[in-house]
Ligand binder design. Structure first.
Ligand SMILES: Nc1ncnc2c1ncn2[C@@H]1O[C@H](COP(=O)(O)OP(=O)(O)OP(=O)(O)O)[C@@H](O)[C@H]1O
Ligand SMILES: [Mg+2]
Length: 465
């Protein structure tokens, strides 16, 4: 479910961020704790070094350490860490302590040197002070070393003491975050159930009431989509009903003529019935052909089809040539006008051929014999294809409507099925071209034009396609 994955997605992100924070916090806490543990134990070591230096004496011109063995043992006793010392003089070398400690001889001014070093495999903190002994004409260095166990134990204890409440705080924050996410997603869960409970044909808008602003944006987009779907569904239903109605007429005629042919008493009436049958079948075939063309030209069906760069002039010439026999048959003067150079558009050759055929078919069909029909291609101002005739023309009031599906002019006879110009419009739209009709150039007849977008757009679309 989308809602639960949104919740777990959010929770996982919050937990990951919290863990990262906890880790950084832990590192920072440990560093602070280690710093203070070092500070405390360094001070203690410095004090020890200074106390030991107090025990230096000069007798017989020699520096000695005046400390009873018991005192030294007390000094060295430590239940946790190993503590060592070393006393050296410049003249006599080491005079007491452990030779394993590395000697750190500084300036003989009583200052303190600090260092961490590895001694016999253990990390040790070393503190040394060097003193001038003028009576013995010598310099003495007192050094004390201690392993680091107490320090790291203290640092860990401080860290735990600091981290425990922070961890509790973080866990509480996570619980609140989880509750907040669940609460925030409640309207979406309710919305999902409301949409799920709908029937597939319920196109009424989803109620936007009580929804947060972000979800309302989503619902308003869903409602837009539902409205578009409803319009498309109604149009589709209307079209199917119209198509069924239109098919019924030629099919009824087919039945009628077939029965007449069967019952014909003489060859003459049989021949007449067969001619009627032929015409009715031709109309049914034309209608199914036009329906198929329309379905192919629908934007959804053709969306996958790629538009390629093609030359409108050669395409128009090829299609025009196919119509010459029909023009001759009807005694119509059929001409072709086009520039010498190619006029390129981004298009689908099959669909554009169909578009031209419908326009030429109309011109040849609705203009009487001895009319003039001209197919032409122009490059400027935009690539344009046109079919002009000097036939009866289209009344101004009908110029929009003739592009509607199944719309025909009353006086145009029974031959067509009223889909040709709807197909033209659909194919033009697919090519982002505008299909229009206007009176012919000298005010007679009609001029159907299909104007393609200017070159810049074409190139873009050709690339996009
Ligand atoms: N060149 C034209 N001159 C006069 N009228 C025309 C012309 N072109 C179309 N018409 C009118 O517009 C109507 C619609 O044309 P359309 O091509 O859409 O359908 P149709 O020709 O009747 O059927 P079909 O789907 O078989 O082409 C036609 O019935 C006709 O009345
Ligand atoms: Mg037609």
């Amino acid at each position: 479910m989308a809602e639960s994955s949104l919740r777990s997605g959010l929770t996982i992100r919050v937990i990951a961020a919290a863990l990262a924070l906890l880790l950084l916090d832990g590192i920072a806490c440990y560093r602070i704790a280690a710093h203070f543990a070092n500070l405390v134990y360094d001070r203690w070591l410095i004090d020890s070094t200074r106390s030991l230096a107090q025990a230096l004496r000069v007798s017989d011109n020699e520096v000695r350490i005046d400390l009873p063995q018991v005192a030294l043992q007390i000094f060295q006793f430590d239940a946790v860490d190993k503590t060592d010392f070393r006393v050296d003089t410049a003249r006599r070398g080491m005079i007491a302590g452990d030779a394993a400690l590395p000697l750190m001889r500084g300036e003989p001014d009583g200052s303190v040197q600090l260092q961490t070093a590895t001694v016999s495999g253990h990390s040790m903190r070393l503190v040394a002070t060097t003193l001038a002994e003028p009576d013995a004409r010598d310099i003495a260095t007192v050094e004390v070393g201690e392993t680091l166990i107490k320090r790291s134990t203290l640092a860990t204890e401080i860290l735990l003491a600091m981290a425990a409440p922070q961890l509790a705080l973080l866990l509480t924050a996570l619980v609140f975050a989880w509750l907040a996410v669940s609460h925030g997603l409640k309207p979406l869960t309710a919305l999902a159930s409301a949409i799920e409970a709908r029937g597939h044909d319920n196109m009424t808008p989803v109620p936007e009431l009580n929804l947060p602003k972000e979800a309302r944006v989503l619902v308003s987009k869903i409602n837009d989509l539902l409205a578009r779907l409803e319009r498309a569904m109604l149009a589709q239903q209307r079209f199917v009903a119209d198509a069924a109605h239109q098919l019924r007429t030629p099919l009824a005629a087919v039945l009628l003529y077939a029965e007449r042919a069967e019952r014909a008493a003489d060859p003459d009436s049989e021949h007449q019935a067969l001619r009627g049958l032929h015409a009715a079948v031709a109309r049914a075939a034309r209608l199914s052909q036009q329906l198929l063309s329309l379905a192919r030209a629908e934007p959804d069906a053709a969306a996958e089809r790629s538009l390629t760069t093609l030359d409108l002039v050669s395409l128009a010439r090829g299609v025009g040539e196919e119509w010459i026999p029909r023009a001759l048959e009807r005694n119509i003067d059929f001409g072709f006008l086009a520039p010498r150079e190619p006029v390129t558009v981004a298009g689908n050759a099959g669909l554009l051929g169909e578009l031209m055929s419908n326009l030429i078919d109309n011109a040849l069909r609705y203009c009487g014999p001895r009319s003039r029909v001209t197919l032409s291609v122009e490059a400027h101002p935009a690539p344009t294809l046109s079919v002009e005739d000097d036939g009866p023309g289209i009344p101004a009031a009908e110029r929009e409507r003739i592009f509607e599906r199944f719309y025909r002019l009353a006086e145009s006879g029974t031959e067509g099925c009223g889909l040709g110009l709807a197909i033209v419009k659909e194919i033009a739209t697919l090519h982002r071209a505008a299909a229009r009709v206007s009176p012919g150039s000298d005010g007679r007849g009609s001029r159907f034009t299909v104007e393609f977008p200017a070159a810049v757009h074409r190139t873009e679309r050709a690339t996009a396609a």
